[in-house]
Design a protein around this ligand. Structure first.
Ligand code: SF4
Ligand code: SF4
Length: 396
């Protein structure tokens, strides 16, 4: 493999100077000082904020504890400034084999006053970078908006539609659309050619089995390719809101030590029994069951025909995280030596030396070198993303 395409890190330098030329001095300053230039990727990828704050005020939402407002403001950067901020981020890798980009996180990305910014960011990312993107939403957007998203050339987009409960939604998501409208939205999303998944996050403790069965049936009926489940994040305020809206305090006490909440957030994992219940119902209906949003992004790409896609978070290293119903089979793909990039060129760029030896051991690439890497965390994060393999350094 030759040329810049074979080394996304070299390509990053070239794209950066091109985009710098487009945004001017002030745009460069704004991009350099923005959080998108500094955040590290988390499980679902690097979070993209097309807005901040949210008026929907779901009872379980943690953004208000983080200081965000109950109204949404479009983010101040333009599309190209956002792209440049990402290119200034040392953890970010551009391209289809680069960092996953997850829209939302501190807002609802398809809110009427935020959707324009979301579109603007998607356009600039697709044009300049080509990274796989993901949007998680509970807004049943119009067909017109879906058409505009679909028409963005080169955009790889995974769409997750969040639904948490069929019976308690009024108490939990007072200002969001009704779940059946969201299922109808999944149907429309699929009709437009996307590969939608039901995002069942947070999966609330104590949901009765009949409701779980109903949710899975509706997901199947709506045409969702699969279901992604995720846990609940609790804070002192969230517990107060949940209890105020009818959740059983004894149930919460039985799963989490409420005294620990005074110190911040506690992530409540879904019980093994519930996970297995949902998993068996989902897979029995021929759908894909996933535990992580990044896997839905990867699976969507595979369903779109990008069969080589491998999850950059390396979820396949954990049997618990990686489900056999997923069509991606990342582990098997990772057993092969990477051919999507020039491995030697990428490793040499990161280590700043040509003196190393690479040996593949299963899904791990062992990089033997005499040069001590000055920032092992950065080197390993970047190489893991680019190579889609576990990378281990060995000094000799
Ligand atoms: S829609 Fe999302 S961001 Fe808005 S309140 Fe609900 S969970 Fe929070
Ligand atoms: S094969 Fe495993 S790691 Fe890969 S996307 Fe599917 S669940 Fe995730």
């Amino acid at each position: 493999m030759r040329g810049l395409e074979s080394n996304p890190l070299l390509l990053k330098e070239v794209i950066k100077s091109q985009v710098e030329g487009k945004v001017g001095h002030e745009g460069r300053m704004r991009a350099a000082s923005d959080w998108h230039a500094r955040r590290k990727p988390i499980g679902c990828g690097l979070t993209i904020h097309p807005g901040i704050g949210c008026p929907l005020q779901c009872a379980y939402c943690y953004i208000y504890d983080m200081g965000f407002e109950a109204y949404a403001t479009p983010y101040s950067l333009s599309g190209d400034q956002l792209t440049l901020a990402l290119l200034y981020n040392r953890y970010f890798v551009p391209g289809p084999w680069g960092t996953y980009l997850a829209f939302g996180s501190v807002t609802e990305p398809l809110l009427p006053n935020i959707a324009g910014k979301t579109l603007e960011y998607m356009k600039s990312i697709a044009l300049n970078l080509g990274n796989p993107c993901q949007v998680a939403t509970k807004i049943p957007a119009s067909d017109d908006l879906l058409d505009r998203i679909k028409s963005i050339r080169g955009l790889r987009l995974s769409i997750l539609v969040t639904i948490t409960s069929l019976r308690k939604y009024r108490a939990l998501e007072e200002k969001a659309s009704e779940p059946m409208e969201r299922f109808e939205f999944i149907r429309r999303v699929r009709r437009k050619g996307f590969k939608p998944f039901l995002f069942w996050r947070p999966f609330l403790p104590g949901l009765p089995l009949e409701e779980i069965e109903e949710m899975v049936c509706e997901a199947k009926r709506s045409g969702a390719y699969g279901v992604v489940v995720g846990g609940l994040r609790l804070s002192h305020n969230i517990v107060k809101r949940l209890v105020g809206r009818g959740m059983d305090l004894r149930l919460l006490k039985s799963i989490v030590d409420l005294d620990r909440l005074k110190k911040g957030f506690v992530d409540v994992k879904i019980g093994d029994k519930e996970v297995e219940e949902v998993r068996s119902l989902v897979t029995a209906k021929g759908m894909i069951f996933l535990r992580r949003a990044c896997c839905a992004n990867t699976a969507s790409q595979v369903l779109e025909g990008f069969e080589d896609a491998i999850c950059p978070s390396l979820c396949f290293l954990s049997k618990r995280a990686c489900d056999p119903s997923c069509p991606s089979k990342c582990y098997n793909k990772a057993l092969r030596y990477p051919h999507h990039v020039d491995v030697e060129s990428v490793v040499s760029y990161v280590l700043r030396t040509k003196s190393f030896h690479i040996e593949q051991q299963g899904v791990t690439l062992v990089v033997e070198t005499s040069k001590r890497t000055c920032d092992v965390k950065w080197a390993s994060s970047v190489l893991t993303q680019v190579l889609r393999r576990k990378v281990v350094f060995k000094l000799h």
